[in-house]
Structure formats: C-alpha cells, structure tokens
Design a protein around this ligand. Structure first.
Ligand SMILES: *Cc1c(COP(=O)(O)O)cnc(C)c1O
Length: 382
C-alpha cells in the first residue's frame, strides 16, 4: 500500500511542545518576546474592517508582503542586532544599499517549506549535496524525501565549518552546497569573506544555499553577495528574530531566475501558499522593525550574560552569533542535565546524535527566564 519513496523518509523530530505543564521553553529557539503589538493590532484591524476578504483566496504571489520584506532588508542592511534606530529612523548595519527587489524574493509558509521547495528546484537525486556534518537536522530529512545523497563534511576541531574541505568536495563531486550561517546547533558563524571564498571556488552552475535563520543575532549576512553570484540562494525566516514562529512565514532571496524556478515548484504543489492573514501580518511586522531591533539587542545582551555565567561554572561554551548557546560540561551528561532541568520546569534541547550528545542547546530567553535557569543550575550544582 505504501509507495517505495516512503522507505527514504526519516522524519525530523522538533523540539518538544508539551502541554502537560507550563514550562520555561528554551528548547526550540523561539523568540521569548511577543510580536510587535502595533503589528498584531493592524493585522486584526484589517480582518475586522473587511472580513469578506477571508472568503476570497489569498494573493498567490504574496506581492505586498514581498515588497515589504525587500524594503525591510534594504533599510536594515539585513542584520537586526547591528542595525540602529536614530530618532525613529532605521539605519542599516552597512552603509552600502543592498538593492533587493520583490522579484528577488519568494515567500512561503515558514522557511522549512521554502527549503523543501528549493531542494526540489535545485538539487538532483543524481548528484550529491555538500553540507556540514552537524547542521540543521532538516537538511538530511529533505535529502531522504527527495532521494538526494548528502555529502557530510566533518566540522573542524573548534566546531567551525571546514571551508576548505567543503570547497574540495563541492568541486570533486561537482555538487551544490547548503550551509546554515550562523550554523545550528553550533551557534558559530562564518564571515562573509569565508562564504565568498566558497562561492568563488564552488561550481558556479550549482546552487549554493545559505540559511540565515539566525543572522539577525549577530552574524554577517550574505545578501550583499547576491549581486555577484547568480547561484546564491539565501533563506530567512520570521520565526526567530521576528517573533512569529506560530505564523509560519519564511522566504528566500536570490536572483530572479532562481526565484522563478521555485515559483514553478510552488505552482505545481499549492498555488495559494500563504493565507491572507499571515500575508497582512507579515507586512505589518516589516513595518515595525524598530521593535524587533530592540528585541534582538536584548537577546544578544542576555546571551552574553548567560555565556559568562556558564563559563564561570566551568562550562565549555561556543561563541554564539545566534539566539541560543551550545555548551557542555566535563563530567556531566547532556541527557542527565536536560532531564533534571525538565523536572525543574525548564526545557532545553539535547541531541542523542553521536558527537554532540554531551551538549545542551539552550535558547536565550528573557532576563527573568535566564534568571530562573541560573537558579535551577545553581540548585542542581552543574
Ligand atoms: C528554525 C530554523 C528554520 C525553520 O524556520 P521556520 O521558518 O520556522 O520553518 C530553518 N533553518 C534553520 C537553520 C532554523 O534554525
């Protein structure tokens, strides 16, 4: 009864979303802050003032939303925690204009959906796909789904992506590449210069995907490289820095030719992908960016404070450019620490995967949440 394709499926296991009790949730890299109240108000008002719109299909092309996303990227320079607010005006993290247009954007239901479509559009089951050994665990899942063989490149001793080896393998197999930058679950980022070197040396006729889910917390965006590299595809999400994981909004930025390929996939699967409420809400989010810049800055502040706390307690903590910390402590198993924190009502993420099983991945929450976590760790003495 089942198709043979089912044999290749190894579904992704997300961070728990338990309902049995109220936990402090630091396990799925969600933003601890609510969306901007003005954005919520605006989207609700649009429904109330014209409810009949919900009886109609949504805009299949999400044009207004894509225009707002382009304007948001151009005004901020692509990294919220580095952008500045001056008298209400948003000043970009880099002076140079990015020149992003709506034709360079494809928007979908969360970046996971966008990723799934671009796997379909750009990666072939006859080829390999080069990716770091430890990266976003959805990539191998999609590889299974699309029957693509993943060429896993081990990380360096300092847990950083091995740029040279990634290049060697992409050349050797004439293969496309996917990285998350900053990477998950390591929290480390490559500089734009390092990514540019990969783009220069990897096959130019193969897609090179950079997943920038966490870039707003301190990474360097590769958006300025889009002008030079037609094979570059940058994936971004509203789920982390834009406080809207439940809204399911994600997008990619690339050369219009690449965007059209993804549109072809979308129009062969589900041509009204984003519902009208989510489109309106996403547009309102993009118009309230100063709020999100403040949230990103608060998270970066708490992250640095909490890494100091962990280091002072003898933890090994990777220097994070994200909204989470990847840390371990000699003599303590990751699983045991995860379990005792859960008993204290705090959820963090632990992976059973060999090689990273000692680590905890801890999402950075509010000051109050981090204070509760500190107290729990002091109480349990780890
Ligand atoms: C969270 C995350 C995503 C998924 O985001 P959604 O937009 O919620 O689907 C994609 N890539 C990475 C690396 C992530 O951490």
């Amino acid at each position: 009864m089942l198709s043979s394709r089912m044999e290749n499926l190894r579904p992704y296991v997300p961070g728990e979303q338990p309902h049995d009790r109220e936990y402090i949730k630091l396990n799925a890299n969600e933003n601890p802050y609510p969306p901007c109240p003005a954005a919520v108000e605006r989207a609700l008002e649009q429904v109330k003032s014209a409810p009949q719109r919900l009886a109609l299909y949504s805009d299949p092309d999400s044009l207004a939303l894509r225009e707002k996303i382009a304007a948001m990227l151009n005004s901020t320079g692509g990294v919220l925690s580095r952008a500045r607010i001056d008298g209400g005006e948003v000043l970009p993290c880099e002076a140079e204009g990015l020149g992003i247009t709506s034709e360079m954007i494809y928007a979908g239901n969360g970046s996971d959906e966008v990723l799934s479509f671009l796997f379909y559009a750009f990666f072939d089951s006859a080829e390999k796909l080069v990716s770091p050994e430890f990266s976003y665990s959805f990539y191998p899942v999609y590889c299974g789904f699309h029957s693509i063989e993943m060429e896993k490149v081990p990380l360096l001793n300092d847990w950083q992506i091995d740029v040279d080896e990634m290049i060697l393998r992409a050349k050797k197999f004439h293969a496309p590449t996917i990285i998350a930058n900053p990477n998950a679950p390591t929290s480390l980022c490559l500089s734009r210069k390092q990514v540019r070197r990969m783009l220069e040396e990897c096959p130019r006729d193969m897609a090179f995907v950079v997943d920038e889910a966490y870039v707003d917390f301190g990474g360097e965006s590769c958006l300025p490289l889009l002008r030079e590299f037609e094979n570059l595809v940058i994936v971004r999400t509203f789920s982390k820095s834009l406080c809207a994981a439940g809204m399911r909004l994600g997008y990619l930025v690339a050369n219009p030719k690449m965007v059209r390929a993804v549109l072809t996939v979308k129009n062969s699967v589900n041509h009204f992908p984003i519902d009208s409420f989510a489109q309106n809400f996403g547009s309102a989010v993009c118009e309230n960016i100063p709020y999100y810049i403040e949230c990103a800055k608060k998270i970066v502040f708490e992250r640095e404070d909490f890494s100091e706390f962990l280091r002072a307690r003898g933890f090994f903590v990777l220097p994070s450019s994200t909204n989470f910390l990847f840390a371990k402590k000699e003599g303590h198993s990751g699983k045991a620490m995860y379990e005792s924190l859960k008993k204290e009502g705090i959820l963090v993420r632990h992976f059973d995967t060999e090689g990273i099983e000692d680590f905890l991945r801890i999402t950075v929450g509010t000051k109050e949440q981090m204070a509760a976590l500190k107290r729990a760790m002091e109480k349990m003495d780890f």
